[in-house]
Design a protein around this ligand. Structure first.
Ligand code: NDP
Length: 263
């Protein structure tokens, strides 16, 4: 029997020697993804607007033996993205993995949204990922060793529910942009894929998911459960690592079967 270190199941997801940048790492899924990538061996650049939270996360990663750096970033500002990417490359020496996770949502009737709401939601969830991918891919080209871009979309890119029109439109755009950018960046060995989570308990939604309306929603999910950030780890590591080296333009749905249900 081969030893664990010779077993491909133990090494294929290894990210040692890779640099990963995660947007929206100050809470929820992004925070968890940073911990997962660091545990898999990546040197992680954690970014968001709430820098105090990032410093706490970096301390946690260091304490468990990983490598991490905190950098302030508002993904709606192209110059901030450029500055952050250049600083990340200067600090880590390379750039291999980008996780476009930063996102905001709102819930109200379609007639109540104003243009500022629309702009904020689209700028963060869609334009931010567009600008980050463009800027990161341009820099990845200079290293000539490809890369992996992972967009955090949503099952709401494929199904609709009340109150989240702009968010659903942004995520549908992000899912389609994933395929479009995959098509054009494949020639440079830069892979672009998406994860489409169902309902995952985080700060974004914990109040709602814990309410009576949340219980009703749960009863319509085939697995009768909400996910947790760790439910997405398999998809994340597959797309980030050599295990997914022939995958691009794909979207992995992780939703307890929600998309299978018409409820
Ligand atoms: P959280 O609210 O916990 O985290 C959102 C993160 O995005 C925060 O770290 C926030 O950091 C960051 N962020 C928001 N605006 C900006 C900005 N302008 N620039 C940089 N960072 C920003 O939400 P989740 O962890 O639940 O969501 C993470 C992603 O997963 C989102 O894209 C969301 O749409 C997606 N998703 C979540 C699902 C769920 O059920 N939780 C389901 C499907 C998709 P800061 O405020 O410090 O900048």
């Amino acid at each position: 029997m081969s030893s664990p270190s010779h077993n491909p199941a133990f090494t294929i997801f290894d990210l040692t020697g890779r640099t990963a940048l995660v947007t929206g790492a100050s809470s929820g899924i992004g925070r968890h993804f940073a911990l997962t990538l660091a545990a898999a061996g990546a040197e992680v650049v954690v970014t968001a607007r709430r820098v105090d939270r990032l410093h706490a996360l970096v301390a946690e990663i260091h304490a468990s033996g990983g490598k991490a750096h905190a950098m302030a970033l508002d993904v709606t500002q192209r110059t901030a993205i450029q500055t952050c990417l250049d600083a990340a490359i200067q600090t880590c020496g390379s750039l291999d993995i980008i996780v476009n996770n930063a996102g905001i949502s709102d819930t109200k009737n379609v007639l109540k949204y104003n243009d500022d709401d629309w702009d904020a939601i689209l700028d963060t969830n869609l334009k931010g990922a567009w600008m980050m991918t463009q800027e990161a891919a341009q820099r990845m080209l200079t290293f000539d060793r490809g890369g992996s871009i992972i967009n955090v979309s949503s099952i709401l890119a494929r199904r609709v529910t009340g109150g989240v029109g702009p968010y659903s439109a942004a995520k549908a755009g992000l899912s389609h942009l994933t395929r479009s950018m995959a098509l054009e960046l494949a020639r440079y060995a830069i892979r672009v894929n998406a994860i489409a989570p169902g309902y995952i308990v985080t700060e974004l939604n914990e109040e709602f998911l814990g309410s009576a309306a949340g219980d009703q929603l749960k009863s319509r999910i085939p697995s009768r459960s909400f996910g947790e950030a760790a439910s997405l780890d398999g998809a994340l590591l597959l797309l980030a690592s050599d295990a997914g080296r022939y995958m691009t333009g794909a979207e992995i749905v992780v939703d307890g079967g929600h998309l299978c249900s018409s409820l």
